[in-house]
Design a protein. Structure first.
Length: 146
């Protein structure tokens, strides 16, 4: 595979898998299940009002697992569970400069679920690549808010 300029930028701006998002019907019950699986408790529970979700985070090595429960009937997570059931919802990748990465990916032909970056859970700026342009996978780009 040739190392094109865009691939070179990819490796500079995309640092690691930051977390895997899992849609759940009941956050309390899911926390109990994942505490048994990982052998430890979640480290954070947070409500993201703008997205209509409550989240819970587990640290597993360098990667986090984010459980997402809908708190409004019209949230993306409520719709996801209604259409697909509980399960892996998205893959999140940490980036150095989310605005530059969003611009680069748009120039590569990727579509986003929103035109702008917004504040997400766990002190992050986020945006989502639409699954129709990423082989059916919802990919979240996230950057730590400093």
């Amino acid at each position: 595979m040739k190392n094109t300029p865009s691939r070179g930028i990819f490796f500079v701006l995309m640092k690691k898998i930051e977390h895997i998002g899992i849609a759940v019907k009941d956050l309390k019950l899911a926390n109990e299940v994942f505490e048994k699986i990982f052998g430890k408790s979640h480290y954070k529970v947070e409500k993201v009002e703008s997205e209509g979700v409550s989240t819970s985070f587990f640290q597993v090595g360098e990667t986090k697992i984010e459980l997402l429960e809908a708190v409004t009937k019209d949230s993306a997570i409520a719709k996801y569970i209604e259409n697909r059931a509980e399960g892996i919802h998205h893959l999140a990748v940490e980036v150095d400069d989310i605005h530059a990465e969003m611009k680069r990916l748009k120039s590569e032909g990727f579509q986003f679920t929103r035109d702008e970056v917004f504040k997400g859970a766990d002190n992050k700026l986020v945006c989502f690549i639409h699954p129709r342009t990423a082989n059916g996978v919802l990919i979240e780009l996230c950057q730590e808010i400093k």
